[in-house]
Structures are given as C-alpha cells and as structure tokens.
Write a protein that binds this ligand. Structure first.
Ligand code: ADP
Ligand code: MG
Length: 451
C-alpha cells in the first residue's frame, strides 16, 4: 500500500517534488499508530517533515492505515518525533507547472508544461534526436515514419515528445495530436475490449494526424496489445500520418516483440539519445540555475559548484535536476551561500550513490541473461526454483553492489517486501557455503557488473 500512497502523492505534489522529496522515502512500518518513514539524510528528513508531512499523513490514512502520526527518521539515527506537523518555515516549492491535456476529444496523457523545446538543452549526445523532433514538430509532410527515439532513463525522450506536442498545438491547431504511454495504450485497449467498444477505439486511434507512444518496450510480450498496436501503426502509416515512438532500447534489442513490429519500427528514422556528457550536464545545470535564481532571489552560489555537480552526477538528468532542486531548497532554508561544503552536506546520498555506477536494472538484466530467464521474471511473481534462484542472486548482488536499502531493492523487484529481499539474500549466502557452482556464478556476475 506504500506504492499506492506514493502514487497518490505523485498526483498531489507534482513530478519534480515527487522525485526530489518523496521517492527517496521508505515506509519502514506502522506500530501503535506511528508510521516510521525513513529519509536518506537529516536535511531531507526535516524538509519532508515540514513540507510534506501533512499530505503523507493524509494519504497513509486514505490507504486505510490507522496512523496517528509519522516519525521521520534517518538511517542510524534515533528517530525524532514529528508530533505535530509544523507550518513550513519557508514556502514549499510550488507544485510543478500546471499540466494540461491537449485535444479534449482524444484520450491522451497530460503534457508537462515545462517540457518544451525552449527548455531543452542541446548537446552532442542529443542533437540528432532534437533535430528530428524539431522536424516532426514543424507539422509538414512526413519525412520519416516512424521517428523512433531511444535511450536510457532520464535522457529526455519524454521531454522531446511533449515538446513536439506543445509545438504542434500552437503551430497546427488543426492537427489531431495524440500523446500517450504504451501502458495507457494497453489500458485503453483492454477497456475497449471489456466494454465492447473496440470499433470506437480503432476509429479514434486511426483518426489522429500525429500519434506518439512513449516507452513502447512496455507492450513487449503482451500479445493482443501488440497485435492491435501493429494494426493501428499500419493504418496510420498507410494514411501518411506521423508516428513517434520512444523506448528504452533499440528496436532490435526489445525482447518479446513480434518480428513484423520490430521491422516496422526500424524502417523509419531510429535515433539514439546518448548518455549525457560533461558539457551537456553543465549546460542543463546552468539553464536550471537561471530559473532558480529568479525563484530564490538573493541566493549566492560559489564558483565551481555546477562544475562539480556536472562532473560527479553522471547517471541521468532527472537525478541531476533533483540534486539542484534540493540544493537550492536547502540553501534558502539555512540562509547560506551554496558552496562545495554545503553540497557535500546536502547531497551525501546522491554523491555516494553515484560513486558506483551499477544499477539494479543492470544487475537484473545481466543475471537474467546469465541464467537464461526473462528479465520480466526478475520482478514477476513466479516461484519456480529455476526462476526464484536467479532472482535471489540478483537481490544479493543488488545489496552488494549498490547503496540501495532493502525496501528500495524490494520496490525494484516488483514491489516485494524488504523481508522477502532479506530472505533472498540470506538464502544465497547460505547456499554459497556449499554450492561452488553458485559461488562461481555470483563472482563472475560481480566481475561483469563491476567492469
Ligand atoms: P526519459 O523520458 O528519457 O526517461 P525525461 O524526458 O523524462 O527522460 O527527462 C527527465 C528529466 O530530465 C526531465 O525533467 C527533463 O526535463 C530533463 N531533461 C532531460 N534531458 C534534458 C535536456 N537536454 N535539457 C533539459 N532538460 C532535460
Ligand atoms: Mg520517459
């Protein structure tokens, strides 16, 4: 139910606030009406308790938990009670800019008003993707179909797709532009099947001028949804309508995708968003800082801070933005200049996490490959030994190679409880004592992942 609470909070506080403040929290448990919530640093604990204590309490209650109050704590520190949730000392950051939905008749996903071409910083790693997106946003005749954008998490795929939609809404109000995630596509499809409205569904999707489907890897392995997607896709291409697709990897690397869909996806323009380089990260930080300077006027920043961040936080842009958001909030709270010392104090957890580059997703992928099981089985519910064992190996390696806490690892293994993760890790530790093959496997995987 923590998952549900988090979903509700995401809706209430907006995406930026959510990633910066709520996502790093863990619900440890509820005892005697007291919910223990863990924050990664002292600063975050104080900030969250002050600014988000009330909504969190509300959502915990709404989810059916009998919670009287919340105790926010930090690992290895004794909990400080946040008996009554005090008024913010400084106003909480404004919720993310209003989200608007495009064409009212179309069941598209809401667009984030901040994801425009103006706010997108262009550098070597993303210049092709940006140029292609710009071209589509002109709304002229289709030159490549589909435009397939792919790249790792947080590199700007969704940002670019929203930017295309925004631009088209202004330039070409006559066009019917539909943006949604592959998950939503599936949801609508299943709903239409259930309500026997499949003709309406087909008619609606075939009536758009530009269709954008985000995170298409999601429909891999979902057979009837793939089938429907394929038909929609063909119908639109035949009518000369533009399609834009994003995924977290290249078409050829999406497992369980029908061959005919794969080849369809490859026949347009396939562009890769590369991992950010130092210059791009610095550019993004500078742009963001400009807007924060307006919001937190009077705050000073020492030389070298942005350079340090661009150098150290290389994972993804979302984390980079989150770090800056937290930094400004912290500095304004304590009324200090943003210096490198302050950075160390306020971003300990992020800096520590970025020391090690291995992610749980990579671990899951490598382990699945090694044991020849599906990546989806790593997070799925199957209890079969041949699947459960590799999954436990992945849990074990996640604990060893990342700085994630057990509840965080649990979340990435399909929302499992932290005790399940602990059990899995213990199991592997026990087995390794006598099972040499297992020990070898684990060592090999560790070396592969750390290289
Ligand atoms: P993806 O969909 O690829 O996972 P997003 O588009 O959601 O990534 O981007 C994550 C965050 O990083 C968003 O807040 C987005 O605005 C920001 N971002 C990513 N790339 C850039 C960029 N080149 N310039 C400005 N902001 C960026
Ligand atoms: Mg995205």
């Amino acid at each position: 139910s923590w998952g549900r609470v988090r979903n509700e909070l995401l809706k209430n506080v907006g995406k930026t606030n959510f990633t910066t403040w709520i996502e790093p929290l863990n619900l440890i448990g509820v005892t005697d009406g007291i919910a223990s919530v863990e924050a990664p640093t002292k600063f975050m604990r104080d900030w969250v308790s002050r600014n988000f204590g009330e909504p969190i309490l509300r959502e915990l209650r709404a989810s059916g938990l009998a919670v009287e109050r919340i105790e926010f704590q930090v690992p290895d520190l004794r909990p400080i009670p946040a008996t009554e949730v005090s008024r913010p000392a400084v106003p909480a950051r404004k919720p993310a800019a209003p989200i608007r939905t495009g064409d009212d008749e179309l069941p598209g996903a809401p667009l984030d008003a901040r994801f425009t071409f103006d706010s997108f910083v262009v550098g070597k790693p993303n210049e092709l993707a940006h140029a292609a997106a710009r071209r589509v946003a002109e709304g002229g005749p289709v030159s490549f179909n589909p435009l397939f954008l792919y790249g790792g998490v947080g590199l700007g795929k969704t940002h670019l797709m929203h930017a295309i939609a925004h631009e088209l809404y202004t330039r070409r109000p006559d066009m019917r532009v539909l943006y949604l995630s592959a998950e939503q596509f599936m949801y609508r499809f299943v709903q239409a099947l259930r309500d026997r409205q499949i003709m309406d569904f087909k008619g609606m999707f075939r009536s758009v001028d530009v269709l954008m489907v985000d995170d298409v890897q999601f429909i891999a392995g979902k057979d009837s949804t793939q089938e429907e997607f394929f038909h929609t896709f063909n119908a639109l291409v035949d009518q000369g309508k533009q399609i834009v697709i994003s995924a977290d990897r290249a078409p050829g690397e999406i497992k369980d995708l029908e061959e005919r869909i794969r080849s369809r996806l490859q026949c347009g323009l396939v562009v890769d968003l590369h991992p950010t380089d130092y210059e791009l990260r610095l550019g993004i930080l500078q742009t963001k800082t400009e807007s924060y300077r307006v919001q937190y006027s009077g705050l000073k920043m020492a030389d070298g801070v942005l350079e340090f961040l661009a150098h150290r936080i290389t994972t993804n842009v979302r984390v980079l933005e989150g770090a800056l958001t937290r930094l400004f909030a912290f500095a304004s709270l304590v009324g200090k200049e943003i210096t490198l010392d302050l950075v160390q104090e306020c971003l300990t957890d992020i800096l520590r996490a970025s020391d090690r580059k291995v992610t749980i997703e990579e671990i899951q992928r490598k382990v699945a490959e090694h044991y020849n099981v599906r990546l989806s089985d790593m997070i799925g519910p199957k209890r079969l030994r041949t699947i459960a064992r590799p999954r436990q190996v992945a849990m074990y390696l996640s604990k060893q190679l990342t700085t994630r806490s057990l509840p965080e690892i649990g979340r990435r293994f399909g929302g499992r409880d932290h005790t399940t993760i602990m059990h899995g890790i213990r199991k592997i530790e026990e087995l390794m004592v006598s099972d040499h093959q297992l020990t070898e496997d684990v060592d090999l995987l560790r070396r592969l992942l750390e290289s």
